[in-house]
Each structure stands twice: as C-alpha cells, then as structure tokens.
Write a protein that binds this ligand. Structure first.
Ligand code: GTP
Length: 587
C-alpha cells in the first residue's frame, strides 16, 4: 500500500465515553471481524483488563476501508491505555500516529482526562478530529459540548462528527473523516538503515513477548538481527506481522507501517516503550526523541490473607511481571503479616486481588551526609536520622475539573494535602483547577475523597513532575514500649501528629485488652507525639453465658483459641492480624 493510502490513528477519550464501543464498530463495519468473534477479540484482550474494566496495554488493528471515492485505505488503529497512570505510554502510542479521534460523550462533556490526553496528542503534533458520541441519549447536548471543545481545548469543533457508537449511527462519517481529515504518514526512506519505534509490548503465552512497532525508515524483516538502542540488547526476529485484529504474518514492514514482531525476547521488562529499534549490522545513527525508561514510583507490600497461598501469589506476581515492564517485585517478610512481596508500580493503580495491601509508599530520595543518595522503597529501611542530610519526595501536577458548587471543598482537600494551587479557570460552569501536590499525599485516599466530596462529578488527572525537598520524618509506633516496625511510616512533620493520633486511636480499638495496661505511642525519634492506653481487663468471652450452656461455652473458647493463633506477639502483647491490616490500610 502506498503511504498516501495509510492512516495511523488512535482514539482519545475519557473512560466510559465510548472508545471501545467505537473501536468495535469500526472493526465490524470494515469487515475485520464477524460479530460472533467480537466477544472473544475485543481490543482490551487481556483477562485482567476485562475483569477490571480498564485498558492497560496498547494494541493495534489494521482495517481495510473502501472510501466513497472508490479507493481502498489501510487504517491502523492504535489503542492507547485509558488510565491516568500511563501518560508516558499514551504519549508514545500517540507519537506512532499522525492523527487522533477525540471522542467526547455528548451528554457528559469534556473531562480532565480528555484534556490531559488531548494535550499529549497536540504535543505530538497530531491532527485531531472531534467526535461527539452518544447523541442518541436524551441528555445529549452536542452544541454545548462543541462550544466547550472550542473554548477549552481551542479545537475547531464546527465539523465534529456526530455519532452513536452504540446504534452505529455516523460510523461511516467517522471512517470518511479518518481518510480525508487525517494526514498520511510522512515519507520515510526505505533504503536507509532500519529505524523503528517500540510502541508497546506484551506477553503472549504461545508467542512469548510480542512487540508492537512503527517503522520510520528502512525495512523490518524476518531473520534480521535487531538492536534495541535504549536497552542495548540484540535479538533475531522470528516473526513479522500485522493485526487484522487477528495476527497475520507479512514479509516485511516498511516506512509508515505498523505491525508486530516476535524475537525470542524473554520478558516484557527487556523491552522499553519508546525505544528505537535498528538493524544490528547496519545501524541508524540517531535515536528517536522522547525515550524514557519506566521507573516505578510507588511501592507497597502485598501479603496473602492465608499464608498457604504464598506460592500462588508468587506465581501471580511472576505473570504480572511477564506482562508489565513497569511492575517490579521482591520478597519481603514482615513480623506482622508474614511472607509477601514489596511491589513497585508506576502510579496510583490499585490492584484488586484478595490480598493484604499495605499502605503504599512513594520512593523517597534520602540524601545522606556523606553525599550519597539512597532510594527508600520501604519506610522500615530508613537509615539513622543522624546520617541524613535531607529527604526529597516526588511531586505531581494534578488537573481537576469540577462543577462550581464543589470547588470550595476540593480546594480545602488539596490544601490539606500540602497542595500548591497553580491555576484556576472556568470551562462553562465548571472550574478547572491545577495543583502541585506531593505524590505521597495523593496515593492514599485522595481520589476517593475527591469523588465523594463532588458526588462523583469531579474528574482528575495527574502527571509526575519532579523531586523536591520536604520536611519528612519517620514516625514509629510503640506498643507497650516495643517498636513495631511494620507500622512505621514516613510523614510530613506537619501531618505527623494527626496521623499519629489516628493510628493510636485505631490500634486502641483493635488490640484486645490484656491483663496489664498497654500504652500505644506514636513517636518521632525519641519524642512521643501521640498516646493512647488500653486498660487492663480480663476479656472473658464466656462471662455472658452464666455457665448455663456447656456446649456454647466450649464453642466460644474454641473460637478464642482460633483467634489467638492469628495473633502476633510483640513483647508481651498479642496483636491480632486484623489490627495490622486495618492500621496499615488507613490514611
Ligand atoms: P473504558 O473501556 O472504560 O475506557 O471505556 P470506553 O471509553 O471504552 O467506553 P465503552 O465503549 O466501554 O462505553 C462505555 C459505556 O457507554 C458502555 O456502557 C457503552 O454501552 C455505552 N455507550 C457507548 N457508546 C454509546 C452510545 O453511542 N450511546 C449510548 N447510549 N451509550 C453508549
């Protein structure tokens, strides 16, 4: 296919505005899939994604469309992740395209995430066609939303395509707009050394690691030995192909083309989104701009609820690792929770498995007095304070879009979380606020709080910015004068007292009475900042039974014994596992 007949595009949308439905329609109406296949082969093809309902991995489909002018075009649809944690991946997927469809729900209007992704598209110089979806809904207000698109984003929306992805209305107009309003790929040099971008990669249980590539110059062929310039590794190519969306092998991929390769790559971690792929024996001289190795910024502990599930958990972590280069894990043992793993993530993504997830912690940079820098992944590993010169923490820039009436509460929330307001403007009746926030303050329940104080109407997006110095201290928890390492955390000095008091109160509720008084203290260094006391009291679970029913009495005693087994002993004090779970999960 000549380049003039190729269009590489992606769909930019807020979650739930109808990206997947539109993609399915485009595939269906160009004959890419039979209806009965559609359930099997949706763009979000991984089980984990289907279960959680979000798109994690970018994928691509090649569609053949015969336009009204009688010409046949190859349309490559590159799917981008819809989640706020993947700004870098989205940006790389977009840079493999020349254009994008901006899908906006005509009943909901522009959301913070829509904005964030549109800006990424504009940064990559993409041509953007606005598409108003769900115009079948009685609540749809296409004219108002068009105005919003012009006012907020500055895009001409007068020729926005009006569709209902659900009913199929307007799908042909979308296809015509892709052909006539989005540009073809730039002319590359087929004779030049190979230069291709690694757009994405994932693990397939039959093929191993599959790499999605966009060729800029040269040719990618089976049997070639390729070199990844960022990771400096070489691999022989065993397969070259395209997605229709089924995987079909082809002889070669040329400039402007998108496709996949497999090359005996063991782990997804060996591939880096945005990396430049070249031929080993005939290398290109310059790498593609914008490459950034993925680095986890949030860590948390994961422990099985039942210790017997440890091996299953290990296997599950291994599978995640195969699939996701941004995920890392190592074994961790905790006096409180037994054996588990310390896991690293790119951002706020929450794992929804039946596990005890300890409070997530960001990666702090500890500058030591000897001039070295230590990356702290777990507060329990904090070096001695006398060795610390200063501590830096990661910051984000958050963009929040909210109906006006909730603005006051949202500003208060951001202020409480040490936020610095950088912008406030209006999009119709909605306020658009930009805040700089320490990531540490946003990983706990920020998103949930935001949703609850705005009755679900506020939308949120964020981007990592930089590390900044902060007045951070390690807060320890002492139960009966014994430090409990698993409960220690890094907090900002101004937040320490509030957090410490909350933690002590919670533990007081959760630790049963013993035969002696138990002090619970929160301390910074040697200084106690909060204290609660559990009074001495014999907890006699059978007291209420008046000795009447012997079998009931025995049952209660058995239950108490069972409970005891799950206790962990700290000094003379038994702490139930539930207390750790509740304490570690809390804000
Ligand atoms: P994520 O997969 O979560 O990123 O969402 P998405 O943007 O892919 O949205 P999806 O296509 O899953 O659609 C979200 C919901 O909107 C689904 O319940 C769709 O059935 C519905 N929907 C999509 N298009 C239309 C439409 O044109 N009209 C109506 N009424 N509903 C639609």
């Amino acid at each position: 296919t000549p380049l003039s007949h190729i269009r590489n595009f992606s769909i930019v949308a807020h979650i739930d505005h109808g990206k997947s439905t539109l993609a399915d329609r485009l595939i269906q109406s160009t004959g890419g899939l039979e209806l009965r296949d559609m359930k099997e082969q949706v763009l979000d093809s991984m089980d984990i994604e289907r279960e959680r309902g979000i798109t994690i991995k970018a994928q691509t489909v090649r569609l053949h469309y015969t336009a009204k002018n009688g010409e046949t075009y190859v349309l490559n649809l590159i799917d981008t992740p819809g989640h706020v944690d993947f700004a870098y991946e989205v940006s790389r997927s977009l840079s493999a395209c020349e254009g994008a469809l901006l899908v906006v729900d005509a009943a909901q209007g522009v959301e913070a995430q829509t904005l964030a992704n549109v800006y990424l598209a504009l940064d990559n110089d993409l041509e953007i066609v606005p598409v108003l979806n769900k115009i079948d809904l009685p609540a749809a207000e296409p004219d108002k939303v068009k105005e919003q698109i012009e006012e907020v984003i500055g895009l001409d929306a007068s020729e926005a395509v009006m569709i209902s992805a659900k009913s199929g209305l307007g799908i042909e107009d979308v296809l015509e707009a892709i052909v006539h309003r989005l540009p073809p790929p730039k002319e590359g040099d087929r004779a030049a050394p190979l230069k291709a971008m690694l757009v994405d990669s994932w693990y397939d249980s039959y093929l191993g690691v599959v790499v999605l590539v966009r060729v800029i110059d040269g040719e990618l062929k089976k049997g070639q030995v390729i070199r990844m310039m960022g990771t400096d590794a070489k691999y022989p190519v065993d397969r070259v192909g395209v997605f229709t969306p089924k995987m079909v092998q082809v002889d070669a991929l040329g400039p402007g083309e998108l496709g996949f390769i497999t090359a005996s790559i063991k782990e997804v971690a060996d591939t880096r989104v945005g990396d430049t792929i070249t031929e080993d024996k005939r290398r290109t001289t310059t790498m593609l701009p914008g490459f950034k190795p993925a680095q986890p910024v949030v860590f948390c502990g994961l422990f099985p609820v039942d210790a017997a599930d440890f091996d299953d958990l290990r296997a599950a972590m291994g599978r995640l690792r195969l699939n996701d280069a941004s995920f890392s894990f190592e074994m961790e043992s905790s006096a409180a929770l037994g054996f588990g793993f310390r896991c690293g993530f790119l951002g706020l993504l929450h794992l929804e498995l039946d596990l005890i997830a300890t409070a997530p912690s960001v990666v702090y940079k500890i500058h030591l007095t000897d001039g070295s820098i230590q990356e702290l992944h777990n507060p329990a590993d904090m070096p001695d304070v006398v060795k610390i010169d200063h501590i830096e923490e990661p910051w984000i820039k958050a963009t929040i879009l909210t109906p006006d009436e909730y603005l006051g509460n949202i500003l208060t929330l951001c202020q409480e979380r040490r936020g610095i307001q950088v912008d406030l403007s209006y999009v119709g009746k909605r306020a658009l606020v930009a805040y700089e926030l320490p990531l540490n303050e946003a990983i706990f329940d920020f998103y949930d709080r935001l949703k609850s104080i705005s009755k679900g109407y506020a939308s949120f997006d964020y981007q990592m910015t930089e590390y900044r110095e902060g007045d951070l201290v390690k807060m320890g928890i002492l139960v009966n004068a014994e430090p409990v390492d698993a409960l220690s955390m890094l907090v900002h000095r101004n937040q320490a007292e509030r957090r410490g008091r909350a933690m002590c109160e919670k533990l007081k509720e959760l630790i049963p009475n013993h035969l002696f008084k138990i002090p619970i203290q929160a301390a910074i260094g040697g200084k106690v900042i909060a204290r609660e006391t559990i009074s001495a009291l014999r907890k006699d679970v059978t007291a209420k039974c008046y000795g009447g029913d012997a079998s009931r009495k025995r049952k209660l005693l058995d239950k108490q014994k069972e409970g005891k087994k799950r206790m962990r002993q700290f000094g003379k004090v038994d702490i139930p596992q539930e207390a750790f779970i509740a304490a570690l999960k809390m804000d």
